[in-house]
Design a protein around this ligand. Structure first.
Ligand code: ZN
Length: 280
């Protein structure tokens, strides 16, 4: 397992941690401010959300690399399944934005169950079909597609993948190396089968997302914990991820409306560096 105690090169910031994915949250820093603050602290990369990028993808990508970091990924495609599924044109546009940023990975939050369906089988088939339709374009753009399974409490309207094994099942249906999964501590910490599941998925892990599960979670979307403040076994989860061959960035993604989004970004970033080196 990698030793992070004196090395932050694998540390990446998902800008949602500063409130950037939702209107009216966080300190409202520009991409330039985020880039400078992360570079100063030795972060290795940044993950942006589409809403921050607008038409400046090429420029922002260049600024990140000029600061000595990588654009690690982009969040995210529109939903691919369910009542709120986006159009093919929107999916293509999200792939194009990732390519323009120089982001090697585009995250997929799948969307919910297909209208009129029961259970999950129809939705997962539809998901596999829609991803397959976009693979050639993603390949041409050098962008891999990472399905992120979400905690089962997000079933219904937000996801049809609840565990790493569900995402791997869809990977197997698609059968293409351009697609894999992202492992997010918030969504997998409860899953005692994670090590066995990931062991049969060498090369499929495209991202690892850090936060913590608070013992008393007060809001299912917006009350994630800072690493070390909760009950997830962070080192054990990373051990499973790395045993499956993952050696990429560790992306801190903390949605925290009542706590971390209320604090000055400098404090949040300093805390992340400290916790990354000590508890992750
Ligand atoms: Zn995540």
């Amino acid at each position: 397992m990698r030793d992070f105690s004196r090395d932050t090169s694998a540390l990446a910031l998902n800008t949602a941690t500063l409130g950037h994915n939702l209107d009216g949250h966080g300190a409202g820093w520009s991409p330039e401010q985020v880039i400078d603050a992360c570079a100063e602290r030795g972060f290795g990369g940044i993950v942006f959300w589409r809403r921050e990028i607008g038409t400046r993808a090429v420029q922002i990508g260049e600024l990140v690399r000029a600061a000595g970091m990588q654009v690690v990924g982009l969040c995210r495609t529109p939903y691919l399944t369910g009542r709120e599924a986006g159009s093919d044109a929107e999916v293509t546009a999200s792939i194009d934005m990732a390519a323009a940023l120089g982001a090697p990975v585009l995250t997929i939050v799948t969307g919910g169950t297909e209208p009129g369906s029961k259970g999950l089988e129809d939705s997962r088939k539809r998901l596999a079909e829609r991803i397959a339709q976009h693979l050639d374009h993603a390949r041409a753009c050098n962008v891999k597609l990472a399905m992120e399974p979400l905690n089962p409490m997000f079933g219904g309207n937000r996801t049809c993948l609840f565990a790493a094994r569900d995402a791997l099942g869809v990977c197997e249906m698609i059968g293409d190396a351009q697609v894999g999964l992202a492992v997010d501590v918030y969504h997998v910490w409860w899953d005692t089968t994670l090590p066995e599941t990931l062991a049969r998925a060498p090369g499929r892990i495209l991202g690892y997302h850090l936060c913590d599960w608070l013992e008393n979670t007060s809001h299912m979307l917006l009350d994630r914990g800072m690493m070390g403040d909760g009950v997830a076994d962070l080192k054990a989860i990373r051990a499973a991820v790395e045993a499956a061959g993952y050696a990429g960035p560790c992306e801190v993604e903390i949605f925290s409306a009542a706590d971390w989004w209320q604090r000055p970004p400098d404090e949040v970033l300093d805390t992340i560096v400290d916790r990354f080196q000590s508890v992750c």
